[in-house]
Design a protein around this ligand. Structure first.
Ligand SMILES: O=C(O)C1=C[C@@H](OP(=O)(O)O)[C@@H](O)[C@H](O)C1
Ligand SMILES: C=C(OP(=O)(O)O)C(=O)O
Length: 428
């Protein structure tokens, strides 16, 4: 069903608690399923991707109860997982598919994983290559590049591995496999990526070492202990509210309890550099840090974004491209070729869709170049089934003259159920 949005000089005011962090919510289910005992999770993201993770672990026989945003996971430990009689359906979720490969590779049973059309196009060799080096037996189309994937669990050995791409999903899959492998695994990243897996490993009682050269060492054979996980709001979801406040007139929005792990806060560095009016107050919490953020309408300027910053804001680039259309000067986004293998080719899709609205935006091999400010007009926007494209189009509608039609708004529920309702609730 198409969603039509049309606004006339909207102004956003109020307070929002954005939904729980997607990366941390996935990991809480995985770790709680691995650990013996009862794990409790608060602030869980009820997005479609995280619900896919729950459904996969239920098929492995784990007892998972969901009450509102609270989850209780009762597990007798990984050894109690059962061979699933059905295909494990990972839906639209790259994180579920890739991290579960690391977990399933070291079991004693056979399993099959498959997701939706988008997952079927996303590269899996980056995970399967290191897992095969550890001894994993995984088959799939094109030698394991694409789902469906069949995994025959087996004993694994530790590896010493340098990641060819900056990817927290690859790092995490290896770390999860390494927990069960024989020996000490050493992982080196080309550029630091989100470290939620490392934080949660320690939270569930495992020991790992971060060496001075940045490499991570993990000794195999460690058992996890059940724990309580408090999930902060997702900064990747908050980004769309941040963008909405920035590009509208006379707006002031308070976003409470937003995850502020420094491996994820690249969006804040970017908007500050663009000239955004933003206040940030850290809250005292254990485990993953969080903060309250006040964001006001701002006159923005174009900047250059690349290098080590990219993994710290990779999922925020569609939104950054949109705000750059309203900034004075040129914004250059580079070193972001990973965008081509997300839920859709996010370089091609962002450029095609914002161009329809009148933006001055050009694709490059590894990013895009945007000249601003440009007036945006209404248009028929395609999401390509990609939640971040859907939210980008909805925020763009705030700045557009005329009606914006979004072809598949339901995909937004992958990471931010009720996003449009929440955004509209801020409009006076
Ligand atoms: O580990 C994670 O939870 C994620 C890592 C990132 O992917 P890559 O590891 O492919 O960069 C990110 O884009 C994705 O939304 C979530
Ligand atoms: C890329 C994303 O997620 P995943 O890789 O888990 O599908 C995303 O949420 O933008």
């Amino acid at each position: 069903m198409t969603l039509t949005l049309s606004y006339s000089n909207p102004s956003l005011k109020g307070t929002i608690q954005v939904p729980g962090d997607k990366s941390i919510s996935h990991r809480a289910i995985m770790f709680g399923s691995m650990a013996a005992g009862t794990t409790t999770v608060e602030g869980f993201l009820l997005g479609d991707d995280c619900l896919s993770t729950i459904s996969c672990f239920r098929k492995l026989g784990v007892d998972i109860e969901l009450t509102g945003k609270s989850v209780t996971i009762k597990s007798a430990g990984e050894e109690s997982w059962q061979e699933p009689s059905e295909v494990l359906d990972t839906g639209n979720s790259g994180t579920t598919t890739r991290l579960m490969l690391g977990l399933l590779a070291g079991t004693s049973f056979h399993s099959v994983m498959a997701g939706d059309e988008s997952i079927a196009k996303r590269p899996m060799k980056r995970i399967i290559n290191p897992l095969r080096e550890m001894g994993a037996d995984i088959r799939g189309r094109q030698d394991g590049q694409y789902t469906p994937l069949a995994i025959q669990g087996t004993k694994l050995q530790a590896i010493n591995y340098t990641l060819p791409v900056a990817s927290a999903q690859v790092k995490s899959a290896i770390l999860l496999a390494a927990l069960k492998a024989e020996g000490k695994t050493v992982i080196t990243e080309p550029v630091p990526t989100r470290d939620h897996t490392e934080i949660m490993l320690e939270h569930f009682g495992a020991t790992l070492t971060k060496r001075n050269d940045g490499a991570i060492e993990l000794e195999g054979g460690q058992k996890l202990k059940a724990a309580h996980v408090q999930v902060p709001g997702d900064i990747s979801s908050a980004a769309f509210m941040i963008g909405a406040a920035l590009i509208t007139e006379q707006s002031e929005v308070l976003l409470t309890n937003v995850g502020s792990n420094p491996t994820r806060t690249g969006i804040l560095d970017v908007i500050k550099q663009m000239g955004a009016d933003v206040d940030w107050t850290e809250r005292a919490v254990e485990g993953e840090p969080s903060a309250d953020l006040t964001i006001r309408s701002s006159k923005l300027k174009g900047i250059e974004i690349g290098g080590e910053l990219i993994p710290r804001l990779i999922d925020e680039i569609p939104l950054i491209a949109l705000i750059a259309t309203q900034a004075h000067g040129t914004t250059i986004i580079k070193d972001a070729e990973e965008l081509r293998v997300k839920e859709t080719d996010r370089i091609a899709a962002v450029v095609a869709e914002l161009s329809k609205m009148g933006a001055d935006i050009t694709a490059t091999e590894d990013g895009m170049v945007i000249n601003g400010p440009t007036a945006l007009n209404g248009a028929d926007m395609k999401t390509y089934g990609d939640h971040r494209l859907g939210m980008m189009a909805a925020v763009a509608a705030l700045a557009a003259e005329g009606e914006v039609h979004i072809d598949d708004p339901d995909c937004i529920a992958v990471s931010f159920p009720n996003f449009v309702e929440q955004m509209n609730s801020l409009i006076n």
